[in-house]
Design a protein around this ligand. Structure first.
Ligand SMILES: Nc1ncnc2c1ncn2[C@@H]1O[C@H](COP(=O)(O)OP(=O)(O)O)[C@@H](O)[C@H]1O
Ligand SMILES: [Mg+2]
Length: 277
């Protein structure tokens, strides 16, 4: 079982890749046992946020320039990824990143690599199979042969095998049928409610994310544009227009909607024009 949720507090986070500022003075909080969504279009900085928390920025030549990240009141900034897992963070990465040639069971067990309690690992595996019952008959199947939805269940299940206090999902819905995404969000809510696990969902699919989260943030070009309770943001006309299809036929693309402060700053403070594609 999860040991309950831990709160995550990100303050003044600025992240750069070379001269490009991907996150600019970002403040985000996930309360203990909370369910928080971060919404944003492509390039908003969502994955950079995840990499910052899980200490994987270095793999992408990114670095934290300023700010703090605390989990349960303790700084995790600069810690190595295994230590962050040990501190209670698990991620479902963008694109799932399963080992396609390993079986479902082997993939799930990869998530328990930081654990040595054999009977506890068996128990976590069984809990996963109760949660994702359609994986049970597929345990010895090669993961690469599963449907996208089943693979995403394995990716979430793998993350749960480390018994996280904070589960982070990056673009859970990408490329999946609405019915499957719906089911996945229901399962996240169940994990949140029954285990107390804090959940941070990073999404382009605003509709479901705002239905299931308590609080939400809108990231745009590396900055927090809006924040509030999920129900507040659902009722916000700009969120409706940008993310919930409220603009109807009037706007053909996200980029076509005019709003202030929408160019990404560089590390030196200039603001290059943003392509309108
Ligand atoms: N490895 C990288 N090197 C340089 N720039 C990057 C790298 N990864 C992301 N970026 C840039 O950082 C910004 C945010 O990217 P990302 O965090 O992937 O956004 P999102 O996940 O919201 O689509 C984008 O401008 C992107 O081009
Ligand atoms: Mg991303």
């Amino acid at each position: 079982m999860s040991s309950g949720g831990l709160d995550l507090r990100i303050q003044g986070l600025t992240v750069v890749y070379g001269g490009v500022t991907a996150l600019d003075n970002v403040n985000i909080a996930v309360p203990s046992g909370g369910f928080v969504s971060v919404l944003g279009a492509n390039g908003a900085g969502k994955t950079t946020l995840v990499r910052s928390i899980t200490s994987l920025l270095y793999l992408h030549k990114g670095r934290v320039r300023r700010g703090s990240i605390e989990l349960g009141g303790e700084s995790i900034l600069g810690k190595k990824s295994p230590d962050i897992v040990a501190a209670g963070v698990a991620q479902v990465p963008e694109g799932r990143k399963l080992f396609p040639n390993l079986t479902v069971k082997e993939n799930l067990l990869c998530g328990a690599a930081s654990r040595s309690d054999v009977s506890g690992i068996d128990e976590s595996l069984e809990q996963n199979l109760e949660l994702f019952s359609q994986l049970r008959p597929l345990l010895n199947q090669t993961a690469g042969l599963l449907s996208g939805g089943e693979q995403q269940m394995v990716a979430v299940g793998r993350a749960l095998m480390s018994q996280p206090s904070l589960l982070i999902c990056d673009e859970l819905s990408l490329g999946l049928a609405p019915k499957i995404v719906h089911r996945l969000f229901e399962l996240l809510t169940e994990i949140n409610e029954t285990r107390g696990t804090s959940i941070l969902v990073i999404e382009q699919n605003a509709s479901l994310a705002l239905q299931h989260a308590n609080d939400a943030y809108v990231l745009e070009l590396g900055r927090v544009l809006m924040e509030g309770s999920a129900s507040e943001l659902r009722g916000n006309p700009m969120v409706q227009e940008l993310y919930l299809g409220g603009g109807g036929e009037a706007h053909t693309s996200y980029a076509a909607i005019e709003r202030p402060g929408r160019s990404r700053p560089t590390e030196h403070g200039q603001r290059p024009p943003v392509a309108e594609s």
